[in-house]
Structures are given as C-alpha cells and as structure tokens.
Design a protein around this ligand. Sequence first.
Ligand SMILES: *[C@@H]1O[C@H](CO)[C@@H](O)[C@H](O)[C@H]1NC(C)=O
Ligand SMILES: *[C@@H]1O[C@H](CO)[C@@H](O)[C@H](O)[C@H]1NC(C)=O
Ligand SMILES: *[C@@H]1O[C@H](CO)[C@@H](O)[C@H](O)[C@H]1NC(C)=O
Ligand SMILES: *[C@@H]1O[C@H](CO)[C@@H](O)[C@H](O)[C@H]1NC(C)=O
Ligand SMILES: *[C@@H]1O[C@H](CO)[C@@H](O)[C@H](O)[C@H]1NC(C)=O
Ligand SMILES: *[C@@H]1O[C@H](CO)[C@@H](O)[C@H](O)[C@H]1NC(C)=O
Length: 512
Amino acid sequence: MQYAAFAAAMMVASASGSEAQDAICTQDTHAITTQSDADSLGSCNNITGLITVQSDTLTSLTLNGIHRLDGSLIISSCAALTEISAPQLQWINDNLTLSSLPQLTNLSLPALETVQIALSWASIPSLTSPNLKTKGVDAYGNPGTNIYGDLTISDTGIETLDFFNFGSFSRAGDVSVTGNKDMKLVNLSSLVTSSLLEFADNGQSFQVLLPKLTTADGLSLQDVMQLNISSLTTISNTLRLEENTFQAFEMDQLNAIGGDVIVRGNPMLNRFGLPALTEIGGGIYSGDFVIANNSALTDLDGLGKLTAVDGTTNLSGNLYKVSLPAMDNMSDGFHLLTTAPDFNCSGFDRLFYSSDISKYSDRYSCATSGTRTDTAIHYRPPSSGPAIPKATKVIIIIVCIVAALLATGIGLRWWAKRRRRGRVPEEPPISLGELGVGEEEGEGVDGLPAYRRMGKPGEVPPGYKARESTQTRTQIPPPPPARPKGIRGTVAGWRRTFIRLPSRHGETANVV
Ligand SMILES: *[C@@H]1O[C@H](CO)[C@@H](O)[C@H](O)[C@H]1NC(C)=O
Ligand SMILES: *[C@@H]1O[C@H](CO)[C@@H](O)[C@H](O)[C@H]1NC(C)=O
Ligand SMILES: *[C@@H]1O[C@H](CO)[C@@H](O)[C@H](O)[C@H]1NC(C)=O
Ligand SMILES: *[C@@H]1O[C@H](CO)[C@@H](O)[C@H](O)[C@H]1NC(C)=O
Ligand SMILES: *[C@@H]1O[C@H](CO)[C@@H](O)[C@H](O)[C@H]1NC(C)=O
Ligand SMILES: *[C@@H]1O[C@H](CO)[C@@H](O)[C@H](O)[C@H]1NC(C)=O
C-alpha cells in the first residue's frame, strides 16, 4: 500500500507541470498562525511539506482549496481554537496530528479518505463528534476515512470511533485508545494484524471488539468490561490485563506470547485460560509472568501446555489451586504467595512434575500470606549439597586415609596375636576359690547361687598371685576389630547425608 501511494505520488509529480513546482505549494514547513496564512495556501490543490498550526488567539481555521498533502498536518497548542475545517482535503500522505486543543468542538473533514502514516488526536476534551467522510471509497477501494498506520485517540470527548472505517480494513499500526471518558465501544471488526493495541481508562462498560485479530505485537487492556478477541493466535510482545471488569480471559488459540504476561488487579476475573500457550517470552523480550490482585481468581489451571517462562514468575492472590502440568523451565525463578490459608506449599514442587525441580532449588518459593515464610520443600542438587569448603573436604579425605591405615595396622596386629595365641597351651580353668570368691550354700536372690567374699579386705587372693608372672594377659580376649567397621559406617553415613539420589523426583503428581 505504501508502495502504491509512492507510485501514485511519482506519477503525479512527473505528470504535473508548473503546479507541483510552485514555490508556495512546496516548502519544508508551511507555518500557519492566522487564517490569512491559511488562505494564502488556498490556491494550492496539492501541497508538499509539513503544515503546522500554532496560535493562542486563533479561534477558527479553514483550510480551503487543499486536496492533497504530501506531508503532515500538525495543529497543536491553540488555546482558543474551537473550529477546524478542511472541506476538500482528501489525502494526507504522512500524519494528521491534533493535540492540546482544549476548546475544539467542531472538526470537519468531510472529504478525508486516507491518512497514510499516523492519525493522532490527544488532549481535545471538548471534541465529541467529529465530522468525517461517510460516503464513497478511497484509492484502495475502502469506504469512509481510512488510517493505514498508527492511530492514537487520547483524552477526547469522542464516544465512538465508528466514523473511521474500521469495519473494512485489516491491517493497522499501533492502536492506542486511552482516557476517552465517554467512549463505550471500539469495533475493529475487520482488523487482522496490528502492532501494539492499547485500550485504557476509557468510558464505563467499555467494549473492545477485535473478532478477526490474529496477530498483534502487544495487547494491553485496562478498564475494559467486554471483549471479543477470539481469533488471536500470536502476541509477539507483552500481554497486559489490568483493572478490567470482565470475568473471563480465555483465548483458545493463543499459542505464543513473546513478552511478559501481566494480569493484575482485575476484580471480576475468575477464569484465565490460555490452553494452547506453550511459552512466555523466549525471544528478545523479558517474558515475566505476573498474576496479582485478582480477587476472584482462585484456580489457575488453564495453562495446560505452558512449558517455559523465560523471565520471573510471580503468582499471588487468592489462589486455591495452581496447576502447571507441563512446566519444565522457569529460568528466572517462580514465586507463589497465596492468601488461601490451606494452600499446600509442601507439595508445591509437584507443580512441575515434568521438570527436575532440583535444578531450580534456590529459585522458587511458596508462601501463604499469613506467614509469608517460604514453606516449599527445596531439594538440594547433589553437587552443591551442604556447603563444605574444599579445604575441609581435603582434610576429611586425609583423616579417612590415616584412619584406614591405622585400622589396618590394628587389624594386622590382632591377627598376628591371634596366630601366636593359637600356639599357647590351654590353661586349666580358674576356680572361684582361687580368685577369692567362695560359693555359699543354698540359693541367692533370683535363684542364682549366692556368693560371699573370702579372705580379708585388701588381701590378694592366691589365684592372682600364682598366675601373675605367667601368661595372664594373653588370657584376656582381644577387643573386636572395631575401627574398620566404624570407618566404613561413617563413610556410608556421609553418603546418606550429602548425596541425595534423584529418584525422589520421579514420584511427583500434577496438582497441588
Ligand atoms: C492532487 O491531489 C489529488 C487528490 O489526491 C489528486 O487526485 C491529483 O492527481 C493531484 N494533482 C496533482 C497535480 O498533483
Ligand atoms: C459545531 O458542532 C456542534 C455540535 O458539536 C454543532 O451543533 C454546530 O452546528 C457546529 N458548528 C458549526 C459552525 O459547524
Ligand atoms: C508521524 O507519525 C509517526 C508515527 O507515529 C512518527 O514516528 C513521526 O515522527 C510522525 N511524523 C511527524 C512529522 O510528526
Ligand atoms: C461492528 O462492526 C461490524 C462491521 O462494521 C458490524 O457488523 C457490527 O454490527 C458492529 N458491532 C457493533 C456491536 O457495533
Ligand atoms: C495489589 O494491590 C495492593 C493494594 O491496592 C497494592 O498495594 C499492591 O502493590 C498490589 N500488588 C501488585 C503486585 O500489583
Ligand atoms: C517478583 O517478586 C519479587 C519479590 O517480591 C520482586 O522482587 C520482583 O520484582 C517481582 N518480579 C516481577 C516481574 O514482578
């Protein structure tokens, strides 16, 4: 379309003789401050250059005689201007910009068919019903007034945009409709692709109809009560929903969002479902996912295919159920803070049943707003388990080796002694009498034989004396080989403490 316009302009330029070269009609800037400035352009059917209008005293402006402007018309900061009229103006090749015109009530552009690059109307609070073209078609065959680029309508008294030919064109640049207190409806019923779409702070019960829109660079809705965007498949940048009064946002075909998803402060929203969406972010944009302050939203279970969030995920609010069964990559962290008192944070890791949660152990949290304490279970990945410094590890290893050598030495000694003892002749058993203990007649307590001491206190019993010099010591059984067993046990203990086997993650379920 741009090319067609350009070609048309070239044809016009080469075919026309003196008119196109007229000094008045072709200038960088045509500055208008009075009606007579405007009248001096009246002889130019076609004008090339920028027309600016700025005056504190001008009350009425009529651009007579101009049919085509290859440039922009910018009318701004005219405190007293109440009327603008351009009865023959059909075509603006660049921009039509009207801004800061507090008194403007009458805008009459009854022949305007085409604005090629941008139409921007801002801070014109008294303008309620502009008079634009209603009959006939433009050079592209589209009826009415057509904007083929960006559209900005901000802080005006306009009630409807139906006077633009939104019914029949399918492409737009950035569309921003904000702060129009009396606007109730934007019906872009044929729009298929657009750049950024922004609607905010318009009239009560504001309605957005974009039934054929399939791709948009970004979509930002604020203070919207009703919407129809049912064909949307792709948002290449951010989806932002804030302070809207609709109850459901369910886009069955939306499968890609290249930027953030921000859903904040929508008091009536009770269903948020993007069942085809697989990833948030993942391209050149950040890809944060924020759900906050949506008091009616208790179940977040309409994201069955979401596998990756490229930025931070912060979910908060009155969430009783969160289900992200396909989630496998939450690269910048995942934080859940819910006012639901019985939300089970200890099962929180099960949200991500397809992912190895240990990869993200320090990057997620789950808390109920009563305590705000993170009560999610955090698995420690094996490598970075308990924080033992390297030096300590080396010392532990050295101690282990020394202990093992010692134990081997003790074991060998014991073994040698055992072999030596094998050669020692058997001793006759020692009688109790020889050890200074005498057996009493009758029975002692509990049926055991009663014993009594013999000899005098301090006296060495004869049995000890007799054996003291010979092999009494070899008689004492050697201690069990406790050291090797102890070390093996300790190593196993450390293993149990420091190394968690990954099998714990296999058993997870999908719903908390
Ligand atoms: C002047 O503009 C009109 C309206 O766009 C166009 O039809 C016409 O060909 C142009 N004439 C010249 C001489 O440029
Ligand atoms: C200005 O617009 C109002 C309605 O907004 C209309 O009643 C009035 O006739 C218009 N005045 C002129 C001079 O066109
Ligand atoms: C025309 O509008 C475009 C897009 O809004 C803007 O980038 C450009 O600077 C504008 N040109 C003029 C002369 O205002
Ligand atoms: C929206 O525009 C289309 C096409 O112009 C029309 O058929 C439809 O009735 C409009 N819807 C509303 C609610 O105005
Ligand atoms: C939620 O709303 C409260 C009160 O309006 C506000 O203080 C808080 O910043 C909001 N939180 C978010 C994440 O928007
Ligand atoms: C997520 O929450 C954390 C902690 O409250 C905060 O620091 C961070 O800025 C939040 N990120 C986003 C994208 O909201």
